[in-house]
Design a protein around this ligand. Structure first.
Ligand SMILES: Nc1ncnc2c1ncn2[C@@H]1O[C@H](COP(=O)(O)OP(=O)(O)OP(=O)(O)O)[C@@H](O)[C@H]1O
Ligand SMILES: [Mg+2]
Length: 269
């Protein structure tokens, strides 16, 4: 199973909409996709998908349900896990409860090709846990200078914890291809200069008033209006992610999370 964390430095830059629409587009290409709402602050993946979730992470924390039982069916065959306030409790699990959760993850791995974490914004340890555990990070950034500065801070923070982290930048709300590449070039040159590391280009999504309309109606825009600029662009980002050579890693997600949790414990002590 491949795991992709979708994150941003600054909030409100399009993470959840990109997670939802990329998940849908990958599912349409016959991949078994689960999008995991890992945002502690504003868990709204189910709203963006227009599909209310019956169960959330809270149900596994209370022991009422197993992880597989709280996976909801989303549009176009994608599946999702609604998080809510359960995410913070999950990250703070320890002992037998953590072991139970990790063994349930192993079950999810058997039925899933791609797991996408829709994380919160910023660099707090809750966000970093998911970025460290994932195989790669999709860092969403807009041309807004504050978003670029905060994207730099996210990259810096992740590389400090995990020097081998693969970070692809997706520029959202850009005018066109040239605009996306110019913004990316600026961000990449700053990270190369100050951090000595290279960000990868993950593509872009154009600013699209039609997409905003669909977001307001709580319908994933890439299904509602496949011809719109933002829809075409998220398809291209999804396709390029699927086309990227992917070395299957021997570690299971449970192993990777174990080491990410371990890092937090070391930080705290
Ligand atoms: N391509 C786009 N074109 C125009 N507007 C967009 C685009 N993508 C996102 N938006 C706008 O940005 C808003 C925020 O999107 P979204 O909720 O996906 O961001 P987020 O990064 O998940 O936010 P948060 O940090 O609160 O979780 C949308 O409601 C929409 O108005
Ligand atoms: Mg969000």
């Amino acid at each position: 199973m491949r795991t992709i964390a979708i994150t941003s430095g600054k909030g409100g830059v399009g993470k959840t909409n990109i997670s939802a629409n990329i998940g849908i587009q990958m599912a349409r290409r016959a991949r078994r996709v689960v999008v995991f709402d890992a945002d502690l602050g504003l868990a709204n993946l189910d709203v963006v998908l227009g599909t209310p979730a019956q169960f959330t992470l809270q149900h596994i924390l209370t022991g009422e349900k197993t992880l597989s039982q709280i996976v909801s069916e989303g549009p176009a065959g994608m599946r999702f896990i609604a998080g809510g306030s359960g995410v913070e409790a999950l990250i703070n699990l320890s002992g037998p409860q953590l072991e139970r959760f990790l063994s349930e993850l192993a079950e999810l791995e058997r039925t899933t090709d791609i797991l996408i974490f829709d994380t919160g914004a910023g660099i707090d340890s809750n966000v970093m846990t998911f970025l460290q555990a994932a195989d790669e990070t999709l860092l969403i950034c807009t041309p807004d200078p504050a978003s670029m500065t905060d994207a730099y801070a996210t990259a810096k923070s992740l590389w400090a914890r995990r020097p081998d982290a693969v970070i692809r930048v997706v520029l959202n709300m850009v005018i066109d291809d040239a605009h996306a590449k110019a913004v990316f070039a600026k961000l990449r040159s700053i990270t190369e200069q100050f951090l000595g590391k290279s960000l990868l280009f993950g593509g872009y999504v154009r600013h699209d008033p039609k997409a905003v309309e669909w977001i307001r109606k709580r319908k994933p825009f890439s299904l509602a209006d496949p011809g719109s600029p933002a829809s075409q662009d998220v398809c291209a980002v999804a396709a390029s992610l699927l086309g990227v050579d992917f070395e299957p890693v021997k570690l299971t997600l449970a192993d990777k999370l174990r080491s990410a949790f371990g890092f937090q414990y070391r930080q705290a002590s």
